[in-house]
Design a protein around this ligand. Structure first.
Ligand SMILES: N[C@@H](CCC(=O)N[C@@H](CS)C(=O)NCC(=O)O)C(=O)O
Length: 227
């Protein structure tokens, strides 16, 4: 019998969320072990080339890294519920997931690196441009993945969830820049069981506290606000 999958993650990480959402959607049983990023266990480097999460234990000595690869593996494992069969439709979804990954990199810049209000606002503004571009080219019908909830929805859910907290660190407001269609989609998706269960119930407070512990402009703002 195959050993049960084990996912090593972090309770708030967006990349971990997409994997957990995919596994829950596909009905694949798994164990989840969350680590602290500031105090990583020594063995993480042995199983994850860059010491990052998520990493999935797929067999006794087989570890898979990169959230996109893990989620795609889970999807194939369960017969392809979350990605289209058609090769072109598949490639398009994949391309939009990479676009969304670019947005997550901007979020990481805001959280960890932007040192002052000017650079933080510039990153938030870049996120707004991405949201507008998404709205111009792809809209949910009723999901971003099409008629069924898919991997692209999982990736965007991990991003949309963070927007209200990010609104607190810049004068540029992300939630005010969502289109009605994007807002309706999030309203529909946020209470989905897989999406809810991918993070702790107190996500907003925990995420704000996580950012407040970083030495960035966003961190200092949230610390000053008492998270
Ligand atoms: N491209 C990777 C990104 C994973 C990633 O950056 N994870 C963060 C947590 S959200 C991490 O492990 N950071 C710790 C580090 O980089 O040392 C993926 O999709 O899995």
């Amino acid at each position: 019998m195959r050993t049960k999958f084990k996912i090593i993650g972090h309770r708030l990480c967006p990349y971990v969320q997409r994997v957990v959402i995919a596994m829950l959607e596909c009905g694949i049983p798994f164990d989840r072990v969350d680590i602290e990023l500031h105090d990583k266990p020594g063995w993480l480097e042995d199983v994850s080339p860059l010491g990052r999460v998520p990493v999935l234990q797929a067999g006794e000595d087989t570890w898979l890294f990169e959230s996109g690869s893990i989620a795609a593996f889970m999807d194939r494992q369960s017969g392809g519920r979350l990605m289209p069969d058609d090769p072109l439709a598949y490639a398009l979804q994949d391309a939009w997931m990479r676009f969304a990954d670019g947005m997550l990199s901007l979020v990481a810049r805001i959280i960890y690196r932007d040192p002052d209000a000017r650079s933080c606002d510039a990153s938030v503004q870049a996120l707004v441009r991405h949201l507008h571009e998404l709205e111009r080219r792809l809209w949910p019908d009723p999901y971003f993945s099409g008629s069924k909830f898919g991997l692209l929805d999982a990736v965007l859910a991990s991003l949309f969830r963070s927007l209200p907290v990010l609104d607190r660190v810049s004068k540029v407001k992300l939630t005010a820049n969502l289109s009605d269609r994007q807002r309706d989609w999030w309203h529909r998706v946020k209470d989905r069981r897989s999406v809810k269960e991918a993070v702790p119930a107190n996500y907003d407070a925990a995420y704000a506290a996580f950012i407040a512990a970083r030495n960035s402009h966003a961190g200092r703002i949230l610390k000053r606000q008492g998270h």
